[in-house]
Design a protein around this ligand. Structure first.
Ligand code: FE
Ligand code: ZN
Length: 509
């Protein structure tokens, strides 16, 4: 008798296995026409001929996704617990470091939640099952990011100012209208524009400029909770980048008519994202006691080399060119962080973070990072501010600044080629004048004036009496701020507490 040779099991590739596992999970509705089931994917003018061409590049199952995320959460929350139990805040590089994290919690956590909501909408309304599932995963990721950021930073709320009312502040405070209006703009766009705005421009083009400095800044400065959160979000981030790239390529490949539409969105969202990152530039160069790299270096590495040098030559194949106004951003790398910080410095009395004049070592670092611009243009400002401090005062700007109608940043940026003249542009729409900070913001306004005339500009709202009252204390109370939240760091409640804790530790040690 012969034993029949066993038939070898047919090996399926990953891709085949995944499609065998998922192929009948999607169906075509028979009793509703496609246009009724998916009503939002046509009005922007994007033409899609074959949704099945959008493949889910992750080949992730719900089961695997949940197990993986749960494991990361377990690790993160173990770190958070032990940090709290061992009073880890005492090991930070300096108490002033947390001003960067106040800005992060107030400015970013709510945007993660906004992203969660809009990806949930895409998970319902994109026509193809591949993009719907990818959007579903990203929606869950973003919810988790919001939660883990809030939890990671909540420990500091027990010991430091500025962490207490981030959600209320996000809806009301002048500098937080910058990130808020950015996301409001994105979630009120159509689904394809949102994919270019957040999925591509934000997650792909610019995310390294946001995440790397924050996370390595945290590592350099002893902030274990933020660093661990960052690692836990990083694997999600690489999926988000893949989705963004997949989205733009899909649109470009589906129809040639999509190219000019996508190009304009890219032009718009590059500039909007870049303007938002002015806050990150200030954070990197001025808020971190131990600095990682300068804004200029990080812009050169993550944007000029990786994006302009690496990605755009590939996109040229589809007829896509680098974003409009990119030369302006490149030129500004020498001045952006200083101009943004100078705005934050002047208005710190109306903020829920503290700033101070960079000390001698910091000024030396700024000089070596920006030899062409810092000593000549910005050091003199800090010398003057220091003189005021030496006389027992503090320079605060007691006026209300004019805001850009698009990015909502106070008008503090300068003319191309002339870093000593404030840049201002304006447009007339239906007989009214609107002011913008730059050619980039003006171009965005002129494309969709009907949208931007509706902007909720914090300064205008104060003048109209919608922010608690006519005095600074009225407005700050309405913002949800407490008396110790803002001002100069030196002598602040945080600074005093930090000094006292370390004096005790030195005595005991
Ligand atoms: Fe996120
Ligand atoms: Zn602007």
């Amino acid at each position: 008798m012969t034993v029949p040779a066993q038939k070898p099991a047919r090996k399926l590739s990953m891709k085949q296995r995944y499609s065998a596992l998922t192929h009948d999970l999607n169906w075509t509705p028979t009793y509703v026409p496609e246009a009724e089931a998916f009503p939002y994917t046509t009005f922007e003018g994007i033409k899609i001929h074959d949704w099945s061409k959008w493949e889910d590049p992750f080949r992730l199952t719900v089961d695997a996704y949940c197990k993986y995320q749960a494991e990361k959460d377990r690790r993160l929350y173990a770190v958070l617990d032990s940090f709290a139990q061992s009073q880890g805040q005492l090991g930070l590089s300096d108490g002033s470091y947390l001003n960067a994290m106040k800005l992060f919690l107030q400015g970013i956590a709510s945007e993660e939640y906004q992203a969660h909501r809009n990806f949930a909408y895409l998970a319902r309304y994109l026509n193809g099952p591949g993009p719907r599932f990818a959007a579903l995963c990203q929606s869950l990721d973003e919810l988790r990011h919001a939660q883990t950021e809030i939890h990671a930073l909540s420990h500091y709320n027990k010991h430091f100012t500025g962490f207490h009312d981030w959600k209320k502040m996000h809806d009301r405070v002048w500098y937080l209208s910058v990130p808020k209006s950015f996301f409001d703009d994105a979630v009120t766009a159509g689904p394809f524009e949102f994919l270019i705005a957040i999925g591509f421009s934000f997650e792909y083009l610019l995310t390294n400029l946001l995440f790397v400095p924050f996370m390595s800044g945290a590592a350099f400065n002893g902030d274990l909770p933020t660093m661990t959160f960052g690692f836990s979000a990083q694997s999600d981030e690489s999926r988000h980048m893949t989705l963004g790239l997949e989205a733009i390529k899909f649109m470009l490949e589906q129809d040639e008519d999509n190219v000019p539409i996508v190009q304009e969105w890219l032009d718009k969202w590059f500039w909007r994202g870049y303007r938002l990152l002015a806050l990150v530039a200030a954070m990197m160069d001025y808020f971190l006691p131990k600095r990682v790299m300068s804004w200029k270096e990080s812009f050169e590495l993550y944007f000029e080399q990786q994006m302009l040098g690496g990605l755009f030559p590939d996109l040229a194949y589809y007829g896509i060119r680098p974003p409009r106004h990119v030369e302006q951003a490149i030129e500004e790398k020498e001045i952006l962080s200083h101009q943004a910080f100078w705005i934050l410095y002047q208005f710190s009395h109306a903020a829920a973070f503290q700033t101070t004049v960079p000390d001698a070592a910091a000024q030396e670092w700024l000089t070596s990072a920006y030899p062409e611009t810092f000593p000549k243009l910005y050091q003199p400002l800090f010398e003057k501010a220091q003189e005021v401090m030496d006389g027992g005062g503090r320079f605060f700007n007691m006026g209300l600044p004019q805001l850009c109608q698009v990015c909502q940043i106070p008008m503090g940026f300068t003319e191309p080629g002339d870093p000593t003249t404030i840049c201002q542009r304006h447009s007339i729409f239906k007989g009214e004048r609107y002011d913008m900070c730059s050619d980039g913001c003006k171009w965005i306004f002129d494309r969709e004036p009907e949208k931007y005339v509706q902007a909720w500009l914090p300064v205008h709202q104060i003048y109209q009496g919608n922010c608690g009252g006519p005095t600074i204390p009225d407005v700050l109370a309405w913002y949800g701020m407490q008396p110790d939240d803002g001002g100069d760091y030196l002598g602040s409640a945080d600074h005093q507490a930090w000094t006292a804790w370390h004096a005790t530790a030195a005595k005991e040690g």
